[in-house]
Each structure stands twice: as C-alpha cells, then as structure tokens.
Design a protein around this ligand. Structure first.
Ligand code: FES
Length: 338
C-alpha cells in the first residue's frame, strides 16, 4: 500500500510523490529525488517543518519540543522526518521547488477534441503521455503552439484521468482562442507544464459554497468530480454566474452531479435583465444567509477580478468570515489564472 503525497512548494509548483506504508515523508521524497529541507533527520532541529493542509498521519513521539511544539503540532505543523502518512496528504513546503532540487513538470499531450460549447466558451480535451496528477481546482500552463507564450487554465476533469479537460474563454483576438478556433485539430500536440496553484479542494466536513463566474466553472467541475468519487455527503451549493443565457454551459453535467452527490444543488445566475432565469443579476445578489451558514462554510470562488472583489466586499459588509475561503481570479483578456 502507498499514499499519494502532494508537495506544494512556495513558488506555487506542486509535485507528487508516493509514500509507502510506514515510510516517512522525508525518506519518500528523497527516494524520489526531491530533497526536502532537512538537517538532523532525527526530530531535533526543526529544519524540516512543514504544514499538512489535508490528510491523516502520525508523528510519533521521537522528536523534541524545540523542533515542534504542542501548539504547532495542534495546528498541523509537521516534521517531515517524523511524519508517517496514513492517507493521501497535501503538504505545504515553505521553500521554492528549486531549493529541493525539483521543479515544474512538463509533458506533451495530444489534442483529443476542441468543442465550441457557446460563443464564449470552448472545451479542450487532451490526452497526455501519462495521466495528469493535480489537486482538484489547480491549473496548468499550456504553451500556444508556434509561440513561446503560455496560458494558464484550470482543469475541469478528475485528477489522474486519462484525459485532461479545460474550459477556455473564447477571447476575441486572444492567442489561444485564435489557435483553438482557427488552427487547432485533434492529433495536434500541446506542451503542458504544472500543476500549480493553492486553489484546490480541502477535505473538511463543512458545507461547500462554490461561486463561479463564466469559465470559472472549470475548477468547480473538477472539485465536484472529486467529491463524487469520494461519495461526499457534504452540503454543496454552486452559484454559476454568466452574462446571458447562452453563456451557460455544462448544464447537463451539473444536473448529473445531483444524482451522484445527495447534498448538491446548483443555481444559474444571469446578468441579462431579459433572461428567463429565476436568478437574475449578479452572484452577490443571490447569496443567502442559509448558504453562508454564519460563516461555518468553505467558500471556493473563481471568476474575473470584479466578481472576486464584489464577493469579498459583500462578505465583509455582512460581517461574515468564512471558516474556509479560497479564490482564483482569472484575467479574461489573457485567459490566465492568476
Ligand atoms: Fe531535523 Fe526533521 S530534519 S527535525
């Protein structure tokens, strides 16, 4: 038996290692050619201190309080030279990947399909040489063929799948949009590098509130896939905001999640005053007290900067400090996650 350990480095790069049952994380990383910070490797110096963002583990008792205090241990700080995982884990490493003699992973992937979902959204499906590992919600850089330019896109698919999927905003004049709509064909090869980002699903028991603007739906789809795979019983509400009715995409997939996730509901929100949608206006207009649950909620927010700013402001005005709050702003003109 082994566990998958995601190492999130300070520079935003994520690398994955396998940790055998009973194996310490520091040893597993070293075996896979990643030199995590360390000095004594004996629980004495505290040099290997990291933070475990999710997952179960044991630390044992063979370390000094000078290396890791009770308060630090209670806050899920860990010594990787002592940490033995008992589930998949996510560990935040407080140094850049290069300091650990590692870096971003680059892989080639064949284009499987380019689907125009609407005038404003394109679905890109790729098949990489090996399945792509990432945390649901993270993004990857894609090099625009024939150029040195990279664009960042969040996965909409389940981590580890044979195919990777992305929802891409069709930006008039945008380099990637032009390639996708005018030149890209199934069978073309793309170069992907990543995964990256601290916007990813946390496995708590709190209700989940997802707030998506346009193609900001992509990471939410990936998170929903993961929640369905884990047969989650959590209450999950998605508010999906778009400009007009024709911009709503992936609605069948969202409806299908109702069957897979007993606590899931989704509500479209359409800005267009002429829309027949029951929820018109902006996502902020439809945030209810029940959804916010007096702050006992994990909020995931992905959309253009004005939407992210408006929701942050709305929470402040309502005096709500969510127990968990993660957001990703994307810059529409570059179709780039920031
Ligand atoms: Fe010294 Fe872990 S390397 S405490």
């Amino acid at each position: 038996m082994s566990f998958t350990i995601a190492l999130n480095f300070e520079d935003g790069i994520t690398r994955f290692i396998q940790c055998n049952a009973g194996e310490k994380v520091l040893d597993a990383a070293y075996r896979q050619k990643m030199n995590l910070p360390m000095d004594c490797s004996d629980g004495v110096c505290g040099t290997c201190k990291c933070h475990c963002a999710s997952g179960d583990y044991a630390l044992g008792e063979d370390f000094l309080a000078e290396a890791l205090s009770d308060e630090e241990a209670a806050a899920r700080q860990v010594l990787t030279c002592q940490m033995i995982p008992s589930s998949d884990c996510v560990i935040d490493v407080p140094v850049a990947s290069a300091q650990c003699k590692t870096g971003i992973t680059t892989t080639d992937a064949d284009v499987v399909a380019i689907n125009a979902l609407s005038d404003t959204a394109i679905e890109l499906v790729v098949r990489p040489e090996t399945p792509l590992h990432f945390l649901s919600g993270q993004y990857i850089n894609i090099q625009i063929p024939g150029t040195p330019h990279l664009r960042a896109y969040s996965f909409s698919s389940l981590p580890g799948s044979q195919e990777g999927r992305f929802l891409i905003r069709n930006v008039p004049g945008g380099l990637m949009s032009q390639w996708l709509t005018q030149r890209g064909q199934p069978g073309d090869t793309l170069t992907l590098s990543g995964p990256m980002g601290s916007f990813y699903l946390r496995h708590t028991v709190r209700p989940v509130l997802m707030l998506a603007g346009g193609t900001g739906l992509a990471p939410m789809l990936s998170m929903l896939e993961t929640l369905a795979q884990r047969q989650s019983q959590r209450q999950i509400t998605l508010l999906y905001g778009v400009t007009s009715d024709v911009d709503l995409v992936k609605t069948e997939a969202l409806d299908a999640f109702r069957q897979k996730l007993p606590g899931f509901r989704w509500l479209p929100v359409v800005t267009d005053a002429q829309s027949a949608c029951p929820q018109r206006g902006f996502v902020t207009d439809h945030l209810s007290d029940e959804m916010l649950n007096q702050g006992e909620v994990d909020i995931y927010l992905c959309g253009p900067p004005p939407m992210v700013n408006a929701i942050t402001m709305a929470l402040r005005e309502r005096n709500i400090t969510p127990a968990g709050f993660w957001y990703e702003k994307f810059i529409a003109s570059q179709s780039a996650a920031a």
